[in-house]
Design a protein around this ligand. Structure first.
Ligand code: ZN
Length: 199
C-alpha cells in the first residue's frame, strides 16, 4: 500500500496490524486490526486513520500521554513494548527466576528464605540486569529471619523488576483502560461512553 491508510478498515486488505507508539516515552503496543476496532468502538472513538489516536493515551504505567502515533505494520503482533527482541530461552529463564523471587516474597514473613534456589534465581537476574545493589539487597534481606514488616522483600523485588523493565527484558505494567461514562445529555466527546438511559 502506498501512503497512509484512510480508515482502519483499509488494513483488512493488507492484513496489517496497528502499532501505537507514544511520542513521549517511546512505549509501543501492537493491536490486531479487529481487536483494535472493537477497542475504539468501546471507547466511542473514530476509526478514521487521521484521528485514530484521539481517544487513546499511552498505556505505560506512569505516562498516560495523549501524544501518540499510529502505524500500519504487517504481521507485527509483539507483546506490548518489548523494545528488544528477547530470545525464548532468555524469556523462560527470567520468567522462572521472577517466579522464584515472587514465591520467596510470599513465604518470607518472619523467616529467612535464603535458599540455594533463590540464589540461583538472583544470579539469573544479575546475568541480565547487572543490578548488583538490587540483587545484594534482596539476598541480604532474604537471609535475615528477624525482619520487620517494613524491611520485607516487596520493595527489593520491585526495584529488581524496575531494572529489568528499564533494560527491556521484561514488559512493563500496563494501565487498563476504563472507559469513562459521560454523565450529561449532550453527545459524549471522544473517549467517553454514552450514559445509559434511565427507564
Ligand atoms: Zn508514554
Amino acid at each position: 500500500m502506498v501512503g497512509q491508510p484512510k480508515h482502519l478498515s483499509d488494513l483488512a486488505r493488507i492484513e496489517a496490524d496497528v502499532r501505537i507508539t507514544c511520542r513521549q516515552c517511546g512505549f509501543e503496543e501492537d493491536w490486531q486490526r479487529d481487536a483494535f476496532a472493537r477497542h475504539l468502538f468501546a471507547l466511542g472513538a473514530s476509526q478514521v486513520w487521521s484521528e485514530i489516536t484521539r481517544a487513546l493515551r499511552c498505556r505505560r504505567f506512569g505516562c498516560g500521554s495523549t501524544n501518540l502515533r499510529a502505524a500500519a505494520v504487517p504481521f507485527a503482533r509483539r507483546a506490548a513494548n518489548m523494545p528488544r527482541r528477547v530470545g525464548r530461552l532468555d524469556a523462560h529463564l527470567l520468567d522462572t527466576a521472577m517466579k522464584v523471587l515472587e514465591q520467596a516474597v510470599h513465604t518470607s514473613r518472619g523467616r529467612a528464605v535464603a535458599t540455594l534456589e533463590l540464589r540461583l534465581a538472583l544470579l539469573v537476574v544479575y546475568r541480565y540486569s547487572h543490578d548488583r545493589d538490587g540483587v545484594r539487597h534482596f539476598w541480604q534481606r532474604a537471609s535475615a529471619a528477624d525482619r520487620t514488616v517494613d524491611d520485607g522483600l516487596v520493595e527489593p523485588l520491585r526495584s529488581i523488576r524496575h531494572h529489568l523493565v528499564q533494560a527491556g527484558w521484561l514488559a512493563p505494567a500496563i494501565l487498563v483502560d476504563v472507559p469513562r461514562t459521560w454523565p450529561w445529555n449532550s453527545p459524549p466527546p471522544p473517549g467517553w461512553l454514552v450514559a445509559e438511559e434511565e427507564s
